[in-house]
Design a protein around this ligand. Structure first.
Ligand SMILES: Cc1cc2nc3c(=O)[nH]c(=O)nc-3n(C[C@H](O)[C@H](O)[C@H](O)COP(=O)(O)O)c2cc1C
Ligand code: SF4
Ligand code: SF4
Length: 250
């Protein structure tokens, strides 16, 4: 059986995971909550967004911890700037001695929209194109096609990724809560690192932020704002059910 492991803040990676499950079968498992053994699966398929030209912290840690010779397939998705994240990921798997078969990538709507957002029509266009872009990716996994990724001539992106990663824990320091907060505590429940607490009548952020933006996008009141900007747009992938982000599907 396929183990389809995913990390997702706003559902783009979950959408891909669900498409793979529909085509190839398997169990969908949310990486931050997975405590089992990946070796219970025949194929390991990892779906992850690209964060800052590389991997989200929790996905990086998950890959590094894998001890398995099972075939591994990785599907990355990004907002239009994959940089050398596929190479970085491929190389990481090789260095760890994993049986990496392919690292593939496709574009999905951009969610790093704290200061700038793409227009609605371009989000809709990317969503419309997603199933077609995904088709050959799923076929390559189904056919166990090996896709190696050559070393780029000059990798200027990986150093940027490694530097940015060291600052992610500070991102939530620039979040604040507006008067629209209803104290529903959803942000506390969905934060993958338990970085959000309710203290002295308000929501507070700790030092464990991984900059995933789940809380920012999914607060029902848009009450989490960045650097006191009252930006109104938030995003959740419309092709999945939001309640399934963070859940397993058997
Ligand atoms: C912290 C952070 C960094 C990101 N960095 C990149 C990036 O370097 N290049 C890019 O194209 N998209 C980047 N994105 C956008 C996401 O990769 C993209 O929107 C993805 O589809 C989100 O998937 P999800 O909904 O499953 O989390 C970033 C998003 C976040 C939250
Ligand atoms: S999800 Fe939004 S409304 Fe609910 S407690 Fe958090 S900040 Fe407040
Ligand atoms: S505080 Fe928000 S952005 Fe930071 S890890 Fe938690 S959900 Fe993600």
């Amino acid at each position: 059986m396929n183990g389809i492991f995913y990390f997702s803040s706003t559902g783009n990676s979950l959408f891909i995971a669900e498409q793979i499950k529909a085509e190839l079968g398997g169990e969908i498992r949310f990486i931050p909550r997975f405590t089992g053994d990946v070796n219970t699966y025949d194929k390991i398929i990892i779906i992850s967004p690209i964060h800052s030209f590389g991997l989200p912290t929790l996905v990086y840690d998950f890959i590094v911890a894998i001890k398995s010779a099972k075939p591994l397939y990785i599907v990355l998705n990004h907002g239009g700037m994959e940089a050398y994240a596929p190479y970085f990921t491929y190389q990481l798997c090789k260095e760890k001695g994993l049986n990496i078969r392919s690292v593939q990538a496709l574009m999905m709507p951009e969610i790093y929209t704290l200061t700038f957002s793409p227009p609605k029509f371009s989000i809709n266009l990317v969503l419309r194109k997603a199933p077609k872009r995904l088709k050959p990716i799923i076929e390559a996994i189904r056919d166990d096609r090996e896709i190696s990724i050559p070393r780029p001539k000059r990798d200027k992106w990986t150093p940027k990724y490694l530097k940015n990663r060291t600052m992610w824990h500070m991102l939530a320091k620039d979040f604040s809560i507006t008067e629209h907060c209803t104290h529903c505590e959803k942000c506390i429940r969905i934060c993958p690192t338990k970085n959000i607490k309710y203290e002295n009548g308000t929501i507070v952020f700790g030092n464990q932020c991984v900059a995933c933006l789940s809380c920012y996008h999914r607060c029902p009141e848009k009450a989490i704002v960045y650097k006191n900007k009252r930006k109104k747009d938030r995003y959740v992938n419309p092709l999945i059910e939001e309640k399934n982000i963070g859940a397993d599907q058997f």
